[in-house]
Design a protein around this ligand. Structure first.
Ligand code: PEP
Length: 254
């Protein structure tokens, strides 16, 4: 399960969440892999609280390059130095508000891998695409674009999160079976491109997940976990979801 905190929580609030989470984690089922993605500012402080726990740290975005005269930019190298093991790439908010193209997303995935970070690649269709039955073509285009700039080795080490844009932060969710079909499609495309690696790339669902509906998604055979925004901001809710994950997910046991 991945928590994407977006532009929320001060350094102190982030640190307090992490401390509370670690304190209460022993109650939670041990097999769930947890990744927290705070703001870049809070990364290091959260990482300090997570030392010795099984919760991993991720960035929410990276810029290209390693170091240099790029005012305001944060590279994968710097994220890694601050303690991140993972980084979200191609979140729909980055694609929508920061103009990130499929090609830039692919370059960022390559850069993340070069910076010793494992990429969490987000794909998803808009409401218009969904209404006009273009989900399959959009997802196919977004996944296939990854192979333009990124090595197969890097792509063996990604997580893919299927996040319909219309479900993010809206309270709307697709039918779990529809999300499962898209996850199956993602697996199929990856299997064609990386034939020896069919089941190793985890595919997650994201979009208005909460403790009330997470089980519906995790019980789908092609969905390995959840990327959670709003509901991950509250430690109680986060722990509830983490408790559910290992029991509902059948795919990991196959
Ligand atoms: C997200 O930020 O990727 C997300 C899924 O947000 P929310 O859970 O709030 O819909």
């Amino acid at each position: 399960m991945i928590a994407n905190w977006k532009m929320h929580k001060t350094v102190e609030e982030s640190r307090a969440f992490a401390r509370e989470l670690v304190r209460r984690m022993s109650r939670s089922a041990p097999s769930t892999q947890l990744i927290i993605c705070p703001t870049a500012l809070s990364l290091w402080a959260v990482g300090q609280e997570l030392i010795g726990s099984r919760v991993m740290l991720g960035g929410q975005n990276l810029d290209l390059g390693r170091e240099g005269a790029f005012t305001g930019a944060v590279s994968g190298y710097l994220l890694h130095e601050a303690g991140a093991k993972w980084v979200i790439v191609g979140h729909s908010e980055r694609r929508q508000y920061f103009g990130e193209s499929d090609s830039l997303v692919s370059q960022k995935v390559a850069q993340a891998w070069e910076s010793h970070l494992r990429p969490i690649v987000c794909v998803g269709e808009s409401l218009n695409d969904y209404r006009e039955a273009r989900t399959i073509s959009v997802i196919t285009r977004q996944i296939e674009a990854l192979f333009k700039e990124t090595s197969r080795e890097a792509l063996r080490n990604i997580i893919v999160a299927y996040e319909p844009i219309w479900a993010i932060g809206t309270g709307e969710v697709p039918q779990p079976s529809q999300a499962n079909d898209v996850a199956a499609l993602i697996r199929e495309i990856l299997a064609q491109k990386i034939p020896d690696d069919r089941d190793d790339v985890p595919v997650l669902y994201g979009g208005s997940v909460s403790s009330k509906n997470i089980h519906q998604f995790l019980s789908q055979p092609h969905i390995d976990g959840a990327l959670v925004g709003g509901a991950s901001l509250h430690v109680e809710e986060f722990l509830k979801m983490a408790d559910i994950a290992p029991y509902e997910n059948t795919n990991q046991e196959q």
